[in-house]
Write a protein that binds this ligand. Structure first.
Ligand SMILES: Cc1cc2nc3c(=O)[nH]c(=O)nc-3n(C[C@H](O)[C@H](O)[C@H](O)COP(=O)(O)O)c2cc1C
Ligand SMILES: Nc1ccn([C@@H]2O[C@H](COP(=O)(O)OP(=O)(O)O)[C@@H](O)[C@H]2O)c(=O)n1
Length: 145
């Protein structure tokens, strides 16, 4: 649902990933990019949600068209586009869309300064409200919304 000209409200289902997120959040240049451009050091790993439905189809097109914040890759890696996101109205982070040709359309991968599952007591299959900032500027002091 569109809540204003700059934010989107969505719902996603907590999902397992491929167990590779912590490999990427441990890379020096990734930590450097997140610290400089988003204002926080990532908690190890990525928190995944599965998205679907017409609201997501519409939002995905808006996100594809928006500039977001670009994580600039080092040699051999792909770039990623980020948007600030509020998770269940309690935590903030950034949703990351790696620019990989086969990246799943229904995957919503969040990098955050805090452990989201543990902090919010979430399990696979739980539904979570998300608010996305189409014109993001995530700050280092914004870990708690
Ligand atoms: C900034 C950033 C850059 C990435 N670049 C690549 C890449 O070049 N190649 C790749 O296979 N995965 C890359 N990934 C990882 C993919 O997003 C991968 O699907 C994900 O981190 C795995 O998460 P999961 O194990 O939670 O599913 C990158 C991730 C991030 C956060
Ligand atoms: N900021 C974060 C990062 C990861 N996580 C969780 O930490 C675990 C490890 O993340 P991961 O990316 O290495 O693994 P998968 O999500 O691929 O299983 C997963 O259960 C994530 O959902 C979290 O709760 N909050």
């Amino acid at each position: 649902m569109m809540t204003s000209t700059t934010s989107l409200e969505l719902e996603g289902e907590v999902a397992p990933g491929r167990g590779e997120g912590s490999r990427f959040t441990a890379i020096d240049w990734v930590i450097h990019e997140f610290r400089n451009k988003l204002g926080f050091i990532p908690w190890p790993g990525t928190f995944n949600l599965r998205m679907g439905g017409t609201a997501w189809d519409w939002a995905r097109e808006r996100l594809r068209a928006a500039a977001g914040i670009v994580i600039t890759p080092r040699d051999g890696f792909c770039a990623a586009k980020c948007f600030g996101v509020s998770i269940a109205g309690h935590l903030t982070g950034a949703v990351v869309f790696p620019e990989m040709p086969d990246y799943p359309d229904d995957k919503f991968e969040i990098v955050s300064p805090l452990p989201i599952r543990e902090t919010l007591g979430l399990q696979d299959g739980d539904l979570v409200n998300l608010r996305l900032d189409l014109f993001p500027s995530v700050r280092g002091d914004a870990a708690a919304a």
